[in-house]
Design a protein around this ligand. Structure first.
Ligand code: GDP
Length: 362
């Protein structure tokens, strides 16, 4: 390329005014400082101010497996505890496809329009949801996720049901401290996660479908029994009459269950998350329940019992860990397994010896 051509080429570099860097180094330094220096107090203040991005970061600490994050998270939780407890906690369950996310979107919007602040959490220990599906959840509840009075957080991805449930309980505390006065905890209505959700909410709502053949739809009797309301969704179009019939059938089925400790009679109703019909009534039912149980003091008593249950579960878990992590116990257990495999000893004599051994190691 001769000199002239080179000057016309797009590859040439003009000697001109030196452009300032597009990177604002000062801002970068101060931002990284903020990132590094977000103290427990910063977190607490941010949460108190209802800052959703700081709230989200604090929840990430709760979900983290790193010990230093756990320590920070515990401090934040402790500080948030006195600010928590003032919400209504509602569990929402139902088989996949029943319309949980569509319902939560309609119900949540209805509540934020009434000036409530709504946090949506989820428990799904079976899922291996990763960060990518946070987006998935956002698109599932598109308009709610854009609502500044709503906060949506998908299920913590990894871990046992106990671990996931514990993280969700801690997340509830932070959301309440951030001023969310209604907490919705969604779960898939097929397994044990309902019991875990039931043990952390004030009201348990089960979404059902009409005309799906077997009216129980794989929902275990126990889950129906622990529900405070059975709501038949998709009551729209040709489905309305079927939904009304299902409502009567479920109401009859609920009569056969023993009375609830709250003194509340579980309700059945129909709604359409699609058209929004009946969504108001669901909120009315929940408010009636809250009023009844607050008057009778069951509301507070139930929360205390839930805390006591949580204490016991944590003690059990710690004891188990401590026991099996003890190297002497570990060695003894290995020998004991061999003795049993070789039919040398009975289980009972081994257990006696094991606990003598354990008491001596303390
Ligand atoms: P999820 O798996 O329980 O969260 O269920 P989704 O909310 O994803 O809903 C499953 C399907 O049912 C979607 O195609 C929804 O559009 C549809 N759906 C949800 N609610 C209604 C409703 O009230 N009426 C009708 N006709 N369809 C609904």
């Amino acid at each position: 390329m001769n000199k002239d051509n080179h000057n016309k080429s797009a590859l040439k570099v003009n000697k001109g005014i030196v452009q300032p860097s597009t990177v604002n180094k000062e801002a970068l330094v101060s931002r990284s400082k903020v990132k590094k220096e977000l103290t427990v107090d910063n977190y607490i203040q941010g949460i108190r101010d209802g800052n959703r991005s700081i709230l989200a970061k604090a929840i990430t600490l709760i979900e983290s497996a790193l010990p230093k994050h756990r320590i920070l998270a515990q401090d934040i939780i402790e500080a948030c505890l006195p600010l928590s407890g003032k919400s209504i906690r509602i569990g929402i369950s139902g088989v996949p496809g029943v319309g949980k996310s569509t319902f939560i979107e309609a119900f949540g919007k209805n509540l934020t329009e009434q000036k409530h602040k709504v946090a949506v959490l989820a428990i799904d220990p079976s899922s291996s949801r990763s960060k990518g599906s946070i987006l998935g959840d956002k698109t599932r509840m598109e308009s709610l996720s854009r609502d500044k009075n709503a906060f949506i957080r998908p299920s913590p991805s990894a871990g046992s049901l106990g671990g996931v449930a514990q993280k969700t309980r801690e997340t509830i505390i932070l959301c309440e401290a951030a001023g969310f006065d209604i907490i919705l905890v969604e779960t898939v209505g097929v397994g044990q996660s309902e019991t875990a959700v039931h043990s952390m909410v004030d009201f348990f709502l089960l979404l059902m479908l009409s005309g799906a053949g077997d009216e129980l739809q794989g929902i275990k009797r126990g889950i129906m029994e622990m529900s405070d309301a059975l709501i038949i969704n998709k009551a729209d179009g040709d489905n309305i009459d079927k939904a009304k019939m299902a409502k009567v059938q479920y109401a009859n089925a609920l009569h056969l269950f023993p009375p609830t400790p709250s003194g509340w009679t579980p309700q059945t109703d129909i709604c359409s998350a699609y058209t929004g019909d009946g969504i108001d009534r669901v909120w009315d039912i929940i408010q009636e329940y809250i009023q009844l149980t607050q008057t009778s003091d069951y509301f507070t008593e139930n929360r205390k019992q839930q805390e006591i249950q949580r204490l016991l579960e944590n003690v059990e878990q710690r004891l188990l860990n401590q026991f099996y992590e003890n190297p002497k116990i570990h060695d003894f257990m290995e020998k004991a397994k061999n003795s049993i495999a070789n039919s040398e000893r009975s289980v009972y004599s081994l257990i006696d010896e094991l606990f003598k051994h354990y008491n001596n190691t303390k």
